[in-house]
Design a protein around this ligand. Sequence first.
Ligand SMILES: [Zn+2]
Length: 409
Amino acid sequence: MKLIGPFAQIITMDKLPLKGSINDNMLHIIYDGGIIIDNEKIEALGSYDELYTQAKNNKAIIEHIEGQQIVLPGFIDAHTHICWAGSRINDYAQRLEGKTYVEIAKQGGGIWSTVHSTREADLITLEEITARHANQMLRDGITTIEVKSGYGLTVNDELKMLRAINNAKTKAQLIPTCLAAHICPKDFNGSANEYLNMLVEKLLPQVKTEKLAKRIDIFVDDAAFGIDEARTYLQKARGLGFDLLVHGDQFSTGGGKLAVENEALSADHLEVSDEETIQDLARSNTVAVALPGASIGLGLPFAPARKLLNAGACVAIASDWNPGSAPMGHLLAQASIIGAYEKLNIAETLAAITARAAMALKLNHCGILKIGYTADIAAFSTNDYREIIYRQGKLSPSAVWKRGIRIEI
Ligand SMILES: [Zn+2]
């Protein structure tokens, strides 16, 4: 057992509704607080002075915090592609010269070039790359990270990616997702529909047998998979017991609605979602995941996060860190920036990378500082939590604890 503190403010993110607009006054804040951790979990939260007496009586370790610091739950990034090899600097440079994402993809750049490099890389290399990215995120206060496959696009290469994600040596918690339905690979001998059928017959059963992922994702777009073929894939994957996610409404509409129709855990992107889709998402339990990193990387408008919240949707914000469209990989900066453009208040922005991001991942042990929850915690040197968003990502954590263990940063 150990006590950490004192903290000027503990922002618990507890007792907030998971859907719709909220405001800063609704945040539950413990002033001059401490946290008792036992066996990786939060045992008590409250006044530091009172917990100090309790800790002393129990001969607990006291991890004394110097100076003015505030703490929040460790952040959760609900959508990343951090397992990749190669670089897409050329794509980026071409986009800056005026070529579109779709044009570059059609010319053999885009996702396909990352597929090529990732297929060439061996398992150990991919494990190391994934761990390096995850550890960088951990230093930014992100203690839980969703990671997608989707750059292999053959049975063996997708399995290699998922094994690399599962094996990556990092203290961050990685949540693997099978995104073999990222695009139909150029070298597949058959139609997009036949490719998806092949995944259902050959890949997904193996993913299940090896317990490599519980979630599948599909990119629904004019440049990837159509609505009808995606619907069939989603239904078959559900039949095999997978949770469903959809990359939708990034360039063309239909994916967001399809996600709701199939009770997907989340619909991610949504930059071009129409009013009807926003209302559908608001009525559903599908989390709307905004990916500002892709908007910044591509120089395109943000997802309509304000409208989604006003309508009553659950909105999470994730980095979409990938080598092509979202190369920055800095969740806090991106969440702060979409907050400024979309007029999200600080509570909404913080909830989108903690408690509401946990909902997108169907996790009920993190994203909130609460008794019984995992002690995933990020501390910042300030006496006002609002400074974290005000500094737009420039204020980095002073300390991070994963399962109660302080990470070297
Ligand atoms: Zn993505």
